[in-house]
Design a protein around this ligand. Structure first.
Ligand code: ADP
Ligand code: MG
Length: 339
């Protein structure tokens, strides 16, 4: 996440005719290195504006706490105070504690300390390069989420270890926004946080939200119908560079230090928790199809759509009936994974 760069456009839209659940109001926010679009349907006068303003403030506050480049953020402070305890505020502590649990549950497929490797490949600045083997091996020695020491609200990192919560921050932010909207009395809302979609309730007309799934080659591959859920996709096509005919993607296998190559083009998670969805979309992408299916069978609590590089779609059984292929992918078979 870059230094705080914050542009907010409040777009007040006219009420849609025929919708029973109030009028939509939207805000576009540029934060956490991505474009965020928030839409709430308010029941009462002024409810939408108030909820959106609080949501924008919340995103701003979270970015200020979690940015790896903003010198006043808690993560920056921890990354630059090796061996010393840094106090964390409640949201950072809650996010880090859940993220570390997810790193452990995924056996390190998600690892919040992989940042030095991501930086070495140039994905943090856009100046992409292929690091030499010795560089990767020496940086890998510092990558280990289990060395992150969180004691109550005190965070201590060993020398050389750096934290980046980028793989889970947007999911967490989405969860906070949903909680905030509920508190404000909003019953229906949808937010897009750069690829992550969080839906509160159903559409104002009572039907499920429809979320399009991107096709790796461009356009759309599928459509998901959801109520009160987050849909999060990690895809190799989202950020990558090419050199000598080979493609290097921004999702790193923390065991090897190289971009994850498991035959998946994307991993999409549908879950009640955005944090879980965000962390698992990255982790399942790193795991590849077989390990991802095994993880789902053992842990549950979410559903998935995997698109493979050979053009296959694989879904977990809970999505049967609320997922269909679309466009170029429409006539391809969907494999359903059962427990
Ligand atoms: P994005 O945030 O780009 O939508 P992800 O949620 O999949 O996509 O997170 C990928 C980002 O997280 C990468 O850009 C990188 O900074 C970091 N990252 C890459 N691989 C891992 C990993 N295995 N575990 C944790 N973070 C990772
Ligand atoms: Mg993620």
């Amino acid at each position: 996440m870059k230094r705080l760069r914050f542009f907010v456009f409040l777009l007040l839209l006219a009420a849609l005719p025929g919708c029973g659940g109030g009028s939509p109001q939207s805000a576009d926010v540029l934060a956490m290195d991505t474009v965020m679009k928030l839409t709430v349907y308010s029941q009462t006068e002024g409810q939408g504006e108030a909820a959106l303003q609080k949501a924008v403030d919340e995103i701003k506050a979270l970015e200020g706490l979690l940015s790896v480049t903003d010198e006043s953020s808690e993560i920056y402070r921890a990354n630059h105070s090796p061996g010393r305890a840094v106090p964390l505020s409640e949201p950072t502590r809650a996010l880090l504690s859940d993220a570390l649990a997810l790193c452990a549950a995924t056996d390190g497929a998600l690892d919040v300390t992989v940042y030095p490797i991501v930086r070495a490949w140039g994905f943090t600045t856009g100046a992409c390069r292929i690091p030499v083997e010795e560089e990767i091996q020496s940086l890998l020695a510092q990558v280990d989420y289990s060395r992150v020491f969180l004691d109550g609200d005190a965070l201590t990192l060993p020398v050389g270890t750096e934290l980046d919560l980028g793989a889970v921050a947007k999911g967490f932010a989405g969860d906070r926004l949903m909680a905030l909207f509920r508190k404000e009395g909003v019953e229906s809302a949808i937010v897009e946080l750069g690829g992550n979609v969080h839906a509160l309730g159903c559409k104002p007309d009572g039907s499920p939200w429809q979320v399009a799934l991107q096709a790796p080659e461009g356009g759309f591959a599928g459509m998901l119908e959801i109520v009160d859920k987050a849909v999060v996709t990690s895809g190799g096509y989202q950020r990558f560079f090419e050199k000598d005919g080979a493609r290097y993607i921004h999702i790193i296998d923390p065991k090897t230090g190289y971009p994850a190559e498991t035959g998946l083009a994307s991993a999409t998670i549908v879950a009640g928790s955005g944090l879980l969805g965000d962390g698992l979309s990255t982790a399942l992408f790193v795991m590849g199809r077989e390990r991802a299916e095994a993880y789902w069978r053992t842990h549950g609590g979410f559903e998935f759509v995997l698109l493979t590089e050979t053009g296959r779609a694989v879904i977990s059984e809970g999505l049967e009936g609320c997922f269909h292929l679309y466009g170029e992918w429409e006539n391809r078979p969907v494999e359903v994974v059962r427990r």
